[in-house]
Design a protein around this ligand. Structure first.
Ligand code: NAI
Ligand code: 15L
Length: 268
């Protein structure tokens, strides 16, 4: 049966806030968790993924988990280790102990950020492209994907790992024209990932059907995802403001964009 009660971790964050608005229309009853209080949501669970008892209680009785919580930019290794690596492990352990059958994991393009971006007639980046993390942050997403594979193979806990491109209300850079996922397409993809049958551990790219797409959406479409949006209407204005991507510019050379040269740092 399709999941109904879904634990949304990272509910106070940017993507969590967008999904709190969009996912209830698909029939989900969301249970919210974040380190920070969730504005306007007095029933949200305020807990750190480091708190194993709180995490176990939070997953009890849910049908599935949408795991967005964590450090979402580059940070010192010790911080990434605690929030993203140990935190994700605690969540998987809790899910296993409580018999939760499915997790949708917010992985990132930065797990493979050192993959050269396609140019000209180059083929789209396939979903089985070798791991090339561009930061400790990207490395933590590689860990999450491997943890998901282990829990599928060993415990039968299913995961869809979504390597999200850039999910924001609008694309704000020329690079984002290629990797943008509109919030509405994000909700479509997460819904497909929560409901598709027999996913085992599946890795998918998370973006809209952009004209300037860099990566292959086949495995996402195989879940039933039908993207409806395209960043192209934003192209003219962004290119007029910022110029086209430059051949000799290292920050324009890879899927991960400026994460390979000058990654944005987690502020907390
Ligand atoms: P965000 O930084 O706005 O939200 C992350 C949330 O996780 C925050 O509210 C934070 O308080 C919470 N959090 C951090 N550490 C925690 C801990 N130890 N315990 C409990 N909660 C904790 O990030 P955003 O943009 O909403 O991204 C959500 C997820 O999607 C992240 O895992 C990020 O890595 C991933 N992602 C997002 C992309 C995007 O375009 N927004 C692109 C690729 C991946
Ligand atoms: C990510 O993984 C980040 O969490 C998000 O803030 C954006 O920087 C995004 O990647 C991106 O590559 O644009």
């Amino acid at each position: 049966p399709a999941p109904r009660t879904v634990l949304l971790t990272g509910a106070a964050g940017g993507l969590g806030t967008l999904m709190r608005d969009l996912l209830p229309a698909y029939g989900y009853d969301l249970r919210l968790l974040d380190l920070r209080p969730v504005e306007g949501e007095p029933d949200a669970i305020t807990a750190d993924l480091a708190d194993r008892d709180a995490v176990r209680e939070a997953v009890r009785g849910v049908d599935a988990i949408l795991h967005l919580a964590g450090i979402s930019l580059e940070a010192p290794f010790e911080k990434i280790l605690k929030a993203n690596i140990e935190g994700t492990y605690h969540l998987y352990e809790a899910a296993r102990e409580e018999g939760v059958g499915r997790i949708v994991f917010a992985s990132s393009n930065h797990a493979v950020g050192y993959t050269p971006r396609p140019r000209g007639d180059d083929p789209l980046i396939p979903v089985d492209t070798p791991r090339r993390p561009d930061t400790f942050y990207g490395l933590s997403k590689c860990f999450g994907e491997d943890l998901a594979q282990l829990y599928w193979d060993r415990h039968g806990l299913e995961t869809v790992s979504v390597r999200i491109g850039s999910c924001f209300p609008e694309p704000t850079s020329v690079r984002m024209l290629s990797v943008w996922m509109s919030p509405a397409d994000g909700a479509r993809l997460f819904h497909a990932a929560l409901t598709a049958e027999h996913v085992g551990h599946t890795v998918v790219h998370g973006s809209s059907a952009n004209t300037r797409l860099w990566w292959d959406l086949t495995s996402a479409r195989a879940l039933g995802y039908e993207p409806q949006d395209d960043s192209e209407p934003y192209a003219e204005k962004l290119i007029a403001e910022q110029g086209e991507l430059q051949d000799g510019n290292e920050a324009h050379a890879y899927l991960g964009g400026q994460f390979v040269t000058d990654p944005p740092i987690w502020p907390y």
